[in-house]
Design a protein around this ligand. Structure first.
Ligand SMILES: Cc1ncc(COP(=O)(O)OP(=O)(O)O)c(N)n1
Ligand SMILES: Cc1ncsc1CCOP(=O)(O)O
Ligand SMILES: [Mg+2]
Length: 217
């Protein structure tokens, strides 16, 4: 794992427990990025949710990420903004955020997009959907793990977050493809056992990384 990699990335979408509880679990488990991705809420509700989360994450190592919206990221003072292919571009987002938002992540769904994203030097690149997922209303075509491996190689030093359809059953396939960072939206959000799922997934990931280090010696 390179210094820039961070492991598990948490995204909040239709959670089964409160925002404050998720933020507490993220902080206690040293999760570096916690993203608010609520597609059905009003802008006002998103800002209220952001306040609830940042009341817990502020001053910790967990960075609060606003999804899609540079204006809301600026208003709530998010640590990071995540932009998709249909959102405003990174340079425009930086103009809006005026230095108040320190980090930026970009979504990609194929290798051409990864190549473009690398040129913009974001703090991380999301890549997927790796597998079929119902979480996104209009998902891009499934990439599979072979393309994921190529995306990770292409991104070089920039951390790649594998996303889309990842669960406890296929986690090992994603790790075998070389993923050092990944996100499981439904698996984490559909359960009231979030704490257990985060701890167990982090343990499995760290166990796999240690196993790989041992095999290289
Ligand atoms: C870490 C991370 N990776 C990818 C995405 C997906 O972003 P996008 O393609 O813009 O889709 P929506 O999440 O906005 O539906 C993400 N949010 N986070
Ligand atoms: C936001 C997003 N971007 C690509 S796939 C996806 C949804 C991931 O959700 P899940 O982990 O539940 O498949
Ligand atoms: Mg988006």
């Amino acid at each position: 794992m390179s210094k820039r990699d961070f492991g598990l990335y948490l995204i909040i979408t239709n959670p089964s427990v409160s925002y404050a509880k998720i933020a507490r679990v993220a902080v206690d488990n040293n999760i570096r990025y916690l993203q608010l991705r609520e597609k059905e809420l009003s802008d006002r509700e998103i800002l209220l949710a952001a306040d609830e989360i940042m009341a817990v994450t502020d001053g910790t190592d967990t960075r609060f990420v606003m999804n899609d919206r540079a204006d809301l990221a600026f208003l709530c003072g998010a640590d990071c903004l995540h932009l998709g292919q249909d959102d405003i571009g990174l340079l425009d987002a930086k103009k809006i955020c005026g230095g108040k938002v320190g980090e930026f992540g970009l979504s990609t769904h194929n290798l051409a997009q990864v190549e473009d994203a690398v040129r913009l030097n974001p703090d991380y690149i999301g890549f997927g959907p790796i597998f079929k997922t119902p979480t996104k209303k209009k998902p891009d075509p499934v990439t599979g793990t072979v393309l994921l491996q190529e995306a990770i190689e292409m991104a070089g030093d920039i951390p790649v977050v594998a996303i889309g359809g990842i669960n406890a059953e296929n986690l090992r396939d994603v790790l075998r493809a070389g993923a050092k960072n990944l996100c499981m939206v439904r698996y984490m959000m559909d359960s009231t056992y979030l704490e257990e799922r985060v701890a167990e997934t982090t343990e499995r990931m760290n166990g796999y990384f240690l196993f790989c280090e041992g095999a290289q010696k």
